[in-house]
Ligand binder design. Structure first.
Ligand code: FBP
Length: 550
């Protein structure tokens, strides 16, 4: 084992993640079939697209008193999409789980995400290799990638690569899109009688892969704890120096779950929730006015400092900006090459403005040039603007400054900006994520052992101590609906946005007026890995509030 590691990491190597009672004797479990589940919307379309994998029962696992020895199996595992703390523990749980089924079982990691499965880039996971990554953050054990698995040609190549390695099951650790593709793969293999099971595990720091079965995606707990520690530190700095307003943008591509969770943990003065902005059709100017008014109100109490939390995806939720971004997406899809050839910044902007209608050209012209340029940056592989590259926090500071200049009270306003995103994605997983991820992986082995395909590994009752967690599996098709994407109907696992009638938002909304004016900061401090369970094992405020009374 690598001796070049920190003292904490050495200690974490020997941390034993907690499992639900059903899995403690091994992954060979009693499998109880529950009710058959249909897609939660667009049932007929999903049934037609997934004839072999829709309408399957939810599964619940229980400890069996007479576990039979299973045959050895070879399994492949893939990490897909953005990093999230705990990914290595999903692999560790899967590794230990398939070994508990039969000690001669083998695990292969496909390198660099789904692309590695298609291009046959793999590594066999051995005891030593696995042990060097237990309870560590990051995805560097086998790497990750954003290649979309959706073409029959890719499915066939993957099947050939699996056949060569004797792999009869694949575990795909990813977010909503990766699990949608896992389902397409499972359906294809089942229909073609290709003997490869496909199982998904719910990953993303964004927290938007959740529904009535999946209580939370892994990584959300740790990432929001890391950001909350940093926000708490900034709050304390602001309260000490009393001279800066800190504008903090937080990751979460679309949904504002991370921002809301951090607000519940740290009680900042201002928190913008994208879903509320969209629901109330707030304009950029209304958001700026709200911030400027709060700055002015605190200035009256001589509190010329504060903290503002801004979700990464905000810009796309402001109605006029959303229309502008859609128009830019289309324009760049058509005339991107001509635009790329222009070198002069002013000419670039004139090119865009001349092609937008008057109202949108005015919105575009009202933005600082840095933001105009960022809005025209390269799109991601899906043709979408890359929100993590747009400095919304700086845009808001500029606009608030301009608004306050017009305030006759001469309000003092000095601002600092921050973006917390990548800082949290590879942190050492919290105990919650270490336990949850290990359980998800071990449980995936149980699903494989039960001979099932097109299921997502499902661990629930997560606010209780781990031994009371439930283990089971939910059909991937049960989480799907049909959405219009790039002019075509596509089956997708629905992204869960912040619910404005949900308990976490209600708790925030109840308190925000007080937090705005009275300094009510909370300093959560760093993640604790050792100590009393209420400190070291507690999960998110979001989950606690959502599960309260259930
Ligand atoms: P996943 O949905 O794949 O988990 O990734 C989420 C995320 O971390 C977002 O929060 C962020 O907007 C995005 O990835 C950044 O992507 P990249 O790593 O490609 O810069």
């Amino acid at each position: 084992m690598d001796s070049n590691v920190s003292a904490l990491q050495k200690a974490r190597y020997s941390y034993n993640p907690k499992l639900p009672a059903a899995l403690r004797a091994g992954a060979n479990v009693k499998c109880i079939e529950g009710e058959k589940l249909q897609a939660f919307a667009d049932v007929e379309k999903i049934n037609a697209l997934f004839p072999s994998t829709s309408n399957m029962p939810v599964l619940k696992f229980e400890k069996t008193d007479s576990p039979a020895q299973a045959n050895a199996i070879n399994v492949g595992v893939i990490l897909s999409g953005g990093q999230a703390p705990g990914g290595h523990n999903v692999i560790a749980g899967l590794y230990d789980g398939i070994k508990s089924l039969n000690k001669n079982s083998k695990l292969y990691g496909f390198k660099g995400g789904p692309g590695g499965l298609v291009d046959n880039q793999y590594v066999e996971i051995t005891d030593d290799f696995m042990n060097a990554y237990r309870n560590t953050g990051g995805f560097d054990m086998i790497g990750s990638g954003r290649t979309k698995l959706e073409l029959v040609e890719q499915f066939d190549k993957a099947a050939a690569n699996c056949k060569a390695l004797g792999i009869s099951a694949l575990v795909i650790i990813g977010g909503d899109d990766s699990n949608t593709n896992a389902c397409l793969l499972a359906e294809y293999y089942k229909k073609q009688n290709i003997p490869i099971q496909v199982i998904g595990c719910p990953k993303t720091i964004d927290g938007d892969l959740k529904n009535k079965f999946i209580e939370t995606s892994f990584g959300f707990d740790t990432a929001s704890k890391v950001y909350s520690e940093l926000i708490g530190n900034i709050e304390r700095d602001a309260n000490s120096a009393k001279k800066y307003w800190h504008f903090v943008k937080l990751m979460g591509r679309s949904a504002s779950h991370i921002t809301l969770e951090c607000a519940l943990k740290t009680h900042p003065n201002i928190t913008i929730i994208s879903e509320e902005v969209a629901e109330k059709k707030q304009t950029l100017d209304q958001i700026v006015t709200y911030i400027a008014d709060t700055v002015a109100a605190r200035a009256k109490n001589k509190e010329n400092f504060g903290v503002v939390l801004i979700p990464e995806g905000l810009i796309e939720f402001i109605p006029e900006m959303n229309t502008l971004i859609s128009a830019l997406n289309e324009l760049l899809a058509k005339e991107g090459d001509a635009f790329a050839k222009i070198e002069n910044k002013d000419e670039k902007m004139a090119f865009i403005t001349s092609r937008l209608d008057k109202a949108l050209a005015d919105v575009f012209a009202s933005l600082p040039q840095t933001i105009q340029l960022q809005l025209t940056n390269d799109r991601d592989p899906h043709g979408n603007v890359q929100v993590s590259l747009i400095e919304t926090e700086k845009l808001l500071v500029e606009l608030v400054k301009a608004k306050l200049k017009k305030n006759p009270e001469k309000v003092k306003f000095s601002a600092q900006t921050h973006f917390f995103g990548y800082e949290g994605r590879c942190s050492v997983p919290s105990n919650f994520d270490a336990d949850y991820c290990y359980s998800l992986g071990y449980n995936a082995a149980a699903i494989i052992g039960a001979g099932k395909t097109a299921y997502m590994s499902y661990i629930s009752n997560l606010v209780a101590p781990a031994e009371q967690w439930n283990a089971g599996a939910v059909p991937l098709t049960a989480m799907m609906n049909v959405e219009r994407r790039h002019g075509a109907d596509k089956p997708v696992i629905k992204k869960a946005l912040v619910e404005l009638d949900g308990k976490p938002f209600a708790e925030f909304a109840k308190n925000r007026a007080k937090w705005a004016i009275e300094t009510s900061f909370i300093f959560p401090g760093p993640i604790q890995y050792y100590g009393p369970a209420e400190v070291a094992d507690a999960t998110t405020e979001t989950l606690k509030l959502e599960q309260a009374g259930k």
